[in-house]
Design a protein around this ligand. Structure first.
Ligand code: SF4
Length: 281
């Protein structure tokens, strides 16, 4: 059985920066507890390692004592969260990825100019919650799939489209072309990030050479799940692997070539662990 590694895989600049900011915050906190609003990045191993170092993950600012230190995750936060942190006099370390921030600015500017905003994304994902929360409640129209486009009202004035950074390229292309057909006056600002594009293009290439692809990443990681989805769309069996324990039950006897890739939040040590294990089979 051959093992092939994707040309582009694993941790991206935004995740690396977020983890560096947590380290800086830990240093700055000395012996005090550090709070992180939402999972800093969506990876079980990373989260568990930080919990061992007294980092507390919260989903509400109410859970944080006044004056404590908090890191905002790479996925970004709403204006309400920023305001609540200020109200509680929290020391904030903002690890929002700069590409997510770019989307925040696009949404804020469109709102300031009173333009219609359509956000393509998963409504429960933290990045979506943070981005649409940059403007007034209910101002953004959220489109999760092609069916949602039919439900949108007709507008003659300008429509601004912003996209969650970690969606599948093919899904976004399909939704965007439907939106282009529906609205005459439409502008696409801010979309899938380079890291997501590069990892998705690499798995499409890998799918041509393999009959099974293992994607190192956690179920909460949008971009890792999209890699599995893309491999399956290419007709290849693909599995999300959170740890090597997930590989132990796979029967590899019928596979000629196994591909390995990893989502943008998967640390290199977890990728190396998976590669070593599969190469040893
Ligand atoms: S996947 Fe893209 S948007 Fe998310 S942290 Fe990485 S570079 Fe930033």
């Amino acid at each position: 059985m051959r093992v092939k590694i994707a040309d582009c895989l694993g941790i991206c600049n935004g995740v690396r920066r977020a983890l560096d900011i947590v380290e800086q915050a830990l240093d700055a906190c000395e012996n005090n507890i550090l709070y992180v609003y939402n999972e800093i990045v969506h990876n079980t191993f990373v989260i568990n390692e930080l919990k061992k170092r007294n980092v507390i993950f919260v989903h509400s600012v109410d859970e944080i004592p006044d004056g404590a230190s908090v890191v905002f995750s790479a996925h970004g936060v709403s204006r309400d969260v920023e305001a609540a942190a200020k109200e509680k006099n929290l020391r904030v370390f903002d690890a929002t990825c700069l590409l997510v921030k770019k989307n925040h600015r696009a949404v804020e500017q469109a709102f300031a100019e009173n333009k219609r905003i359509i956000f393509i994304g998963k409504r429960t994902h933290t990045e979506c919650v943070g981005t649409i929360g940059r403007v007034a409640d209910g101002y953004c129209y959220i489109v999760e799939n092609e069916k949602d486009v039919d439900l949108l009202p007709d507008f003659d004035d300008e429509v601004i489209v912003v996209t969650q950074t970690t969606l599948a390229m093919c899904d976004v292309e399909n939704i965007s072309s439907l939106l282009d057909r529906k609205y005459k006056n439409i502008k696409h600002l801010g979309g899938i990030c380079f890291a997501t594009y590069d990892r998705q293009n690499a798995i499409i290439k890998l799918a041509k050479e393999c009959d099974l692809i293992l994607v190192a990443g956690s179920a909460a990681s949008s971009n890792s799940c999209r890699l599995v989805q893309i491999a399956e769309k290419c007709g290849i069996n693909a599995q999300l692997i959170d740890s090597v324990d997930d590989v132990k039950n796979i029967d590899f006897s019928s596979y000629q070539c196994v591909g390995i890739t990893a989502g943008a939040s998967t640390p290199q040590e977890k990728i190396d662990e998976l590669i070593t294990f599969v190469q040893g089979i």
